[in-house]
Design a binder for this molecule. Structure first.
Ligand code: SAH
Length: 368
């Protein structure tokens, strides 16, 4: 499959997503794994995931922390609790954190996020990490001036999933006020503000076809994203999609792994996460993700007392045990795939570094 990136069109991708035959699956997996090792080497990057608040003003029909889920106890971690998790992360040698929460755009929230980013940078700078932890934000759609403030405070990566690029499917899983267009605008603004930009889709949504997923893959390439986080859709009982008809777990895992593999083959030098949702459906899901082209893992560092309250979907792993146990198990899992965990490294997407380098050169040679 070498050198075929340009040859991936919609119908070919859709056909590949229908692959069931073990040998054909193994061929795709191997191609994706080889592409990863060739483009990026065997290092796997950790991002400590701090889910700092589940207060949310949005009402996504699939999400357990949606505004109208009255059964959900709400929390926002304090600055000190977040800094404690970040310091743990820096001490453990993880080079980066992801700060994730429900979506709010009110000034109090925006000020808080800005303060947190600034403080995490300040607290975690050391000889080991001269510029502190790398910070990825995942706090939903925000206006450009807010993104700019976050960037100036020190965050340099941002995740905002498009969820699906299919207009009809998008509308069927979101309430009226939310649109594909405004997500796209935000993704565009993120790029322009200098972030490494990540997106992704949910896999196995009711009514989602292989052609729609093929379109998502082509969208990934067309918009030149730096990072991807994708995982299977897992119905949450206290949401409007709680009893949605979905394919069996094994089938959703198969599709999610194929999506990871194909994303690697068509985007090559990007960062791709093996997500927790994958692990929720299959105990070895994250390790499998690594062997299918992923190079990032996001172990949860959410303060223990809040973990059970950040349930986007059912069966989320690692809510009971302590951080240390979780991490040791994860490291062993990574090593079982023949890869190594990179310590004290931001692990920026090579794709992003190349783009930034290009910008710098153009800046230095305005006439060239
Ligand atoms: N509010 C933030 C981040 C929290 S949600 C944001 O909008 O970016 C993070 C991701 O979890 C979502 O983008 C969605 O893709 C995923 N998610 C939510 N509910 C899910 C479910 N029921 N099954 C699988 N993934 C889900």
């Amino acid at each position: 499959m070498k050198g075929e990136a340009a040859g991936f069109d919609r119908s070919r991708l859709a056909d590949m997503l229908r692959t069931r035959e073990p040998e054909a699956l193994e061929e795709i997996r191997l191609a994706a794994e080889n592409a990863t090792l060739t483009a990026l080497g065997n290092r796997v990057y950790y991002r400590g995931l701090i889910e700092f608040s589940n207060v949310c003003s949005m009402n996504c029909l699939y999400c357990g922390i949606r505004r109208d889920n009255g059964k959900q106890r709400r929390y926002t971690a304090s600055l000190e609790q977040i800094l404690d998790a970040a310091e743990f992360c820096a001490r453990a040698g993880y080079g980066s954190v992801v700060l994730q929460s429900g979506e709010r755009t009110d000034p109090k929230f925006v000020d808080f996020v800005e303060e947190v980013v600034f403080a995490v940078k300040e607290r975690t700078s050391s000889p080991r990490l001269p510029n502190g932890l790398g910070i990825t934000l995942c706090v939903g759609e925000q206006p450009r001036h807010v993104l700019r403030r976050f960037r100036r405070a020190g965050a340099h990566r941002y995740l905002l999933r498009i969820e699906t690029t299919n207009q009809r499917l998008f509308r069927s899983i979101h309430p009226g006020g939310q649109s594909l267009e405004s997500r796209l605008e935000c993704l565009e603004a993120l790029r322009e503000e200098g972030f490494a930009v990540g997106t992704g889709v949910m896999i196995g949504l009711p009514g989602q076809t292989p052609e729609m997923l093929a379109d998502d893959l082509l969208f990934y390439r067309k918009h030149d994203f730096d990072m991807f986080g994708m995982g299977p859709f897992i119905p949450h009982p206290d949401t409007p999609m709680g009893s949605a008809q979905v394919a069996p777990p094994g089938e959703r895992v198969r599709l999610a792994l194929l999506m990871i593999g194909l994303t690697r083959l068509i985007t090559v030098d990007t960062n791709i996460a093996a997500t927790t949702a994958l692990q929720a459906l299959d105990p070895l899901g994250r390790e499998a993700g690594l062997t299918w082209g992923a190079n990032v893992i996001m172990p949860s560092l959410t303060p223990g007392e809040y973990r059970k309250d950040y349930l986007l979907y059912e069966g989320k792993p690692c809510t009971e045990e302590g951080r240390e146990d979780c991490m040791n198990r994860l490291r062993a899992g990574v090593e079982s795939t023949g890869r190594v965990v990179a310590d004290d490294d931001w692990g920026d997407p090579v794709h992003y570094l190349k783009r930034e380098e290009g910008k710098r050169r153009a800046w230095e040679r305005p006439d060239g």
